[in-house]
Design a protein around this ligand. Structure first.
Ligand SMILES: NC(=O)c1ccc[n+]([C@@H]2O[C@H](COP(=O)([O-])OP(=O)(O)OC[C@H]3O[C@@H](n4cnc5c(N)ncnc54)[C@H](O)[C@@H]3O)[C@@H](O)[C@H]2O)c1
Length: 445
């Protein structure tokens, strides 16, 4: 089957590569000629573990190619996936559908034979019907169907998520489109991965509901963590005790500095907006958005406390700036709120991240980049662990403390403990949802 994928970002590129690995003939298109040139040279423009090898394998097998020329990709394609960005629209929180509609119109003008136009981008309920209207208007004679196929992959584990999904959701209006989608996903179907076939609106809603639910779970545990700090409970023990309940589950129950990334912030805002438009306020989601912002600000307070309320003239070493480990994605990362606040308060900020430099350089002006954690911590007054890359999970804390001016640590991912920090020679340690410790206040606060 010939498939075209429009957009070679985190979702489009992974989808295109994986579809070609299923055995389909895939052409990936992007307007960004630099990206396409990079891909044609066999390089991957993003950091996603395992993607380069799988891409090269399928290019060499002659099943995968890249182009800026949409007409090339559309010709003979039985399905065209739209995987372009749907960022937050300025001002009102709505998902910006400009790129989706532009792609749909371009496809409509080029397509000649029956084709299924599939929206993979995360889009508000009703968008696929709008796509249908746009296509019909641009090419009234075209024989086509639309389908909604939201993507659930996680950056950092994208290939595994695509190849071994919890489920594939497909929204269609008729059997003809359902058959094309079934053919595309046949390799997964044969291996008994669940394919959930729905109407268009339900498929669109599933994606927002799932992301808002996960964002709620994270935010809930972050709020409980704040209460643990005041009451003497330990969030790690609380999360464990909660997560063992099969109805709750242990995933997304790790307290941290607030969620960020390319999806949760924009998708929660978009869901809140959809609710307002339909006069059904999404009150839980609206609260989640607010509490998440407060959580990030609470991290800044912790950092101030560890610096005796005075950041001017202090050197802060920040470990990890991407929104999570194993990605170079910086979109809405908590670091983008926290680091500028530290610089604004007069701190000198030194940053280290295994993959964040390329994206982060322009987004975090005024920081110094260090090669590794130990170089970042040289003569620092505070170390802040912001993203739990593996590199930061097994640090030699003694070595770290020895090179700092004031060995204080804000462990915003709960990797270590007050006990570890004390034993290594740190003199103050704070984390999330557990009692802070310093040589001045003692182990019991
Ligand atoms: N990133 C994730 O982890 C993730 C997970 C699930 C769903 N999604 C959703 O998938 C969609 C894409 O996200 P992403 O992170 O891959 O975005 P991205 O910004 O990384 O990539 C989008 C790409 O589309 C290209 N593009 C835009 N308009 C185009 C056009 N008309 N023709 C050709 N190319 C065009 C851009 O140049 C860019 O390369 C979004 O709706 C997002 O919400 C993302």
């Amino acid at each position: 089957m010939k498939i075209a994928v429009i957009g070679t970002g985190y979702v489009g590129l992974v989808s295109g590569v994986c579809f070609s690995d299923f055995g389909h003939d895939v052409v990936c298109v992007d307007k960004d000629s630099t990206k396409i040139e990079t891909l044609k040279q066999g390089d991957v423009p993003i950091y996603e573990p395992g993607l380069d090898a799988l891409m090269i394998k399928n290019v060499e097998a002659g099943r995968l190619s890249f182009t800026v020329d949409l007409s090339n990709a559309v010709e003979g394609a039985e399905a065209i996936f739209i995987a372009v960005g749907t960022p937050t629209r300025r001002g009102d929180g709505h998902a910006d559908l400009t790129y989706v509609m532009a792609a749909a119109e371009e496809v409509a003008k080029l397509a000649k034979d029956y084709v299924v136009i599939v929206t993979k981008s995360t889009v508000p309920v009703g968008t696929n019907r709008q796509v249908k209207q746009v296509v019909r208007k641009a090419n009234p004679d075209l024989d086509f169907d639309v389908a909604s196929n939201p993507e659930f992959l996680r950056e950092g584990a994208a290939i595994d998520d695509f190849m071994k999904p919890d489920r594939v959701v497909v929204g269609v209006q008729n059997d003809r489109a359902a058959d094309v989608m079934a053919e595309i996903y046949r390799p997964l179907f044969l291996r008994d991965f669940p394919i959930v076939t729905t109407d268009l609106e339900s498929a669109e809603m599933i994606k927002y509901a799932a992301n808002a639910f996960l964002a709620t779970k994270i935010t809930f545990i972050n709020e409980i963590a704040a209460l643990c700090e005041r009451t003497g409970a330990d969030i790690k023990q609380v999360s464990k005790g909660m997560g063992l309940d099969g109805r709750i589950g242990n995933k997304f129950l790790h307290a941290g500095p607030g969620y960020g990334g390319s999806c949760f912030p924009k998708d929660t805002k978009a869901l809140a907006r959809i609710g307002q438009e339909h006069a059904v306020p999404m009150q839980i989601t609206e609260t989640v958005i607010k509490v998440n912002e407060e959580t990030k600000r609470r991290m800044i307070d912790k950092i101030f406390d560890l610096c005796d309320g005075q950041l001017a003239g202090k050197t802060v070493a920040v470990f990890g700036v991407t929104f999570k480990p194993n990605t170079d994605d910086m979109r809405d990362a908590p670091s983008l709120t926290i680091v500028p606040a530290l610089i604004g308060a007069g701190a000198k900020v030194r940053v280290t991240d295994p993959q964040g430099h390329h994206e982060g350089a322009a987004l975090l002006p005024g920081v110094q980049w260090a090669e590794d954690a130990y170089k970042a911590a040289q003569n620092a007054d505070l170390v802040v662990i912001l993203t739990e890359w593996n590199e930061f999970r097994a640090l030699d804390l003694k070595r770290l403390a020895r090179r700092m001016t004031t060995p204080h640590m804000a462990d915003l991912r709960n990797i270590y403990s007050a006990h570890d920090a004390k034993r290594a020679g740190f003199t103050a340690y704070d984390s999330i949802g557990r009692a802070a410790w310093s040589t001045e206040i003692g182990p019991d606060g």
